[in-house]
Design a binder for this molecule. Structure first.
Ligand code: ADP
Ligand code: MG
Length: 447
């Protein structure tokens, strides 16, 4: 049995911390700590990760002296143990009602009100990255800089990025924040160049305390903007201003200059994995609850078993079910769920991007016929669409160039390379074309 006086010391500290800090802060940082053992000389605490340990020591060292045994130098005598990572079940935070929208610290700050830490369901695949995000949000510029979050599409990168934004906005009110997509960053520079206000824009970015940059992969093939991004990046980092970046790939796999890649690896690179079954069930239940949709555990498991690599698709499933339940006023049994989700459920697991799916998507987006893309026509619209399809095939599909090229009605590998070069160049100056290509890319990944 724990000695009451000592155990009480820790319990008293918990009471103190609970009264002192905000609920979310307590839940995220203090509550996960477990008291393992003690003697008069030291106490042993179990923490889920190093961030929690650092948080505790950075914020409560002084106070802890009042509650726990001390070392000879007067510091709290605490031994930390890190708990096994996957041991804890997914943690569901009760949704707290979103606070009234406040005036943001900068005029253009657009944070999705739903993308808060409280609405982010944790599991083994994302625990580490969520802790890192919380660590950065609690002490911007003082821990990992930059924090680089990478992972597949629809897994919650933007959610966490905005979560950091909300947290900092509410807990560090004086800090100047900007959340921006890489696309918007580039567009800002283009606009500023046009209106000859680049200096003002640079000053603005360099005056930020927290810069949240979403989808840095869109900086690839935009050499002209890489340098500007890199300069802004270095200026902020050297002033200990926090930068958080998301990407669909780790830095080393981005086609960016060595200088930029090296900068991205300066801080902490954290991977967002695909949530396991239990976590997916927890996410489904959480999303359904928020929409007042009643789901049995059996139904939640059914959905989680069939949609497994993209949380956005899980949400899509919930939305469809919600609409169905509302219009039909019917109970959601496995049969009805299976029927409503039929299309989704059947198509998702086999989903793989192929030359065919690229040709189909490009034909749709560029309003040309599939047969034209495989044919020889030199008509301008068709030739460009064909080059775009070849560009995307080379970018997306891991196969020999000769084999990819032959899928375009028997073209050669040098035709494919030529098309790829042409489109890469055109994307530098043709905003319209770039947006169309991004749209096709997104369609291919998401639908
Ligand atoms: P990404 O930026 O990685 O493509 P998003 O952040 O846009 O993905 O997430 C897609 C959707 O899935 C969002 O609506 C987000 O709220 C939701 N989502 C992703 N991961 C989680 C999670 N762990 N808990 C709750 N919702 C999640
Ligand atoms: Mg995103």
């Amino acid at each position: 049995m724990l000695d009451c006086a000592l155990k009480n010391g820790w319990l008293q500290f918990l009471e103190f911390a609970k009264a002192k800090c905000a609920r979310a802060e307590f839940d995220n940082w203090i509550d996960p700590i477990r008291l393992i053992s003690y003697d008069e000389n030291e106490i042993v605490l179990e923490v889920p990760n190093i961030f929690v340990q650092e948080y505790l020591l950075d914020n409560y060292s002084d106070i802890l002296r009042e509650f726990v045994p001390l070392q000879s130098d007067g510091e709290p005598a605490i031994v930390f143990q890190i708990s096994a990572p996957a041991a804890s079940p997914p943690k569901v935070h009760l949704p707290s009602p979103p606070p009234p929208e406040q005036q943001s610290s900068s005029p253009d700050l657009r944070l999705n009100p739903l993308y808060r830490f409280e609405h982010f369901i944790e599991g083994p695949s994302n625990q580490f990255v969520k802790s890192a995000a919380l660590g950065v949000a609690a002490r911007p510029g003082k821990t990992y800089n930059p924090l680089f979050i990478h992972g597949g599409v629809g897994l919650g990168k933007t959610h966490l990025l905005h979560g950091i934004g909300h947290y900092v906005k509410e807990n560090h009110k004086k800090l100047k924040i900007q959340a921006i997509t890489t696309e918007a960053f580039i567009n800002d520079i283009i606009d500023a160049l046009r209106s000859k206000s680049l200096d003002r824009l640079k000053r603005y970015y360099r005056s930020l305390d927290l810069l949240l940059v979403d989808d840095i992969q869109f900086l690839q093939n935009r050499q002209n903007f890489e340098e500007e991004f890199c300069n802004t990046f270095e200026t902020l980092i050297h002033q200990n201003k926090q930068i958080v970046i998301t990407s669909d790939k780790p830095p080393s796999q981005l086609k960016l200059s060595e200088r930029v890649v090296a900068r991205m690896e300066w801080g902490l690179v954290a991977h967002m994995g695909i949530p396991d079954l239990e976590t997916r069930v927890a996410i489904i239940k959480h999303k359904a609850e928020n929409k007042n949709l009643c789901l049995t555990s059996q139904v939640a498991f059914f959905i989680a078993e069939h949609i497994y690599n993209n949380v956005r698709q899980l949400e899509g499933a919930i939305n469809r079910l919600c609409a169905y339940a509302r219009f039909q006023n019917a109970d959601l049994t496995i049969d009805t769920v299976e029927r409503v989700l039929n299309e989704l459920v059947q198509s998702l697991p086999q989903k793989k991007i192929t030359v065919d799916s690229i040709i189909q998507s490009v034909a749709q987006a560029f309003e040309v016929r599939v047969s034209d893309l495989r044919g020889e026509s030199r008509q301008k619209e068709i030739a460009i669409a064909r080059q775009v399809a070849m560009y995307l095939a080379k970018e997306t599909i891991e196969d020999s160039l000769a084999k990819i090229a032959s899928s375009f009605g028997g073209k050669t590998h040098s035709t494919l390379l030529h098309a790829w070069k042409k489109i890469t160049e055109r994307m530098q100056s043709d905003d319209m074309l770039r947006k169309q290509i991004q749209m096709v890319q997104r369609n291919l990944e998401i639908t």
